[in-house]
Design a protein around this ligand. Sequence first.
Ligand code: DGY
Length: 312
Amino acid sequence: MTEKLILITDRIITGPLEALSKYNVKFDLLSDPINSKEAGEKIKDADGLITMLCDVIDKDFIERNSHLKIISNYAVGTNNIDKEACEKAGIIVGNTPDVLTNASADLALTLLLGSTRRLKYNTNIVNEGRWKKWEPIGILGNDLTGKTLGIYGMGRIGQTFAYKCQKAFNMDVIYYNHREKEIRSDLKATAVSEMEVFANSDVLSFHCPLTDKTKGVINKANLATMKAGSFLINIARGEVHHEEDILWAINEGILGGVGLDVTNPEPMTKDSPLFNHPDVLVTPHIGSGTIETRTAMTKCCAENILKAFNLS
Ligand code: DGY
């Protein structure tokens, strides 16, 4: 068996990769930024890559590295990879679906509860020593029970999140998906138009892939149609929203709170208009960030690599 070299562009949980040594597949950490000259020299000797969702794998990169057999993205989303260019070059693109569905849905749930109960605002009060007494009004949040949850992008994560919300809070679920979608049988959900999902949700949560159609869809025009005091969650991709427009919607009283696991740009800069807002809860793109899930994602990459080299 000829040796195969796979370069990994960041530190990951490596345990599940050990099983590949019997196939003579070796792994190494690519410590230089993927598009740097130094990395370019190392990639010349590689057969494949495990890439992160922040690595830009564009047409130029593929043209320079058309010898690669596989690029396995350590994420479910592959919007950072020019898949058309990979297909032309005969490079297989892998990702890590399914294994991160639950963890991502749980993070959406965290942001949902955190924003409706004003977690950032309230913990700020405690941390800054401004908590003086129990207050009957002033720091009130909102209930979820019986409210309408809108899902934009009804894939695996969107459906799982909706299922959890329906079970926990008896929420009515409406959803918009670009293509018709078969919904899991244990979830009661109604398909609506794009306009309706914005207009009729008490909480609107984004789970769509980043495409030409979804880029910038959270904008002033669409936000203006939302119910007063509604909530917005985005765990999809930061480019789906415009940060200034979200701030505008909060200041207008359209949005009562926002939970973002993704920002635009990413990472969020300190001068982001949303950075200091007490009702904007931001997490650093940790949807899949549990030990169990990240381990399973490595296993998924290992399987993608075995398949690509016909070793399984
Ligand atoms: C992914 O893997 O694409 C998600 O953004 C994880 O949070």
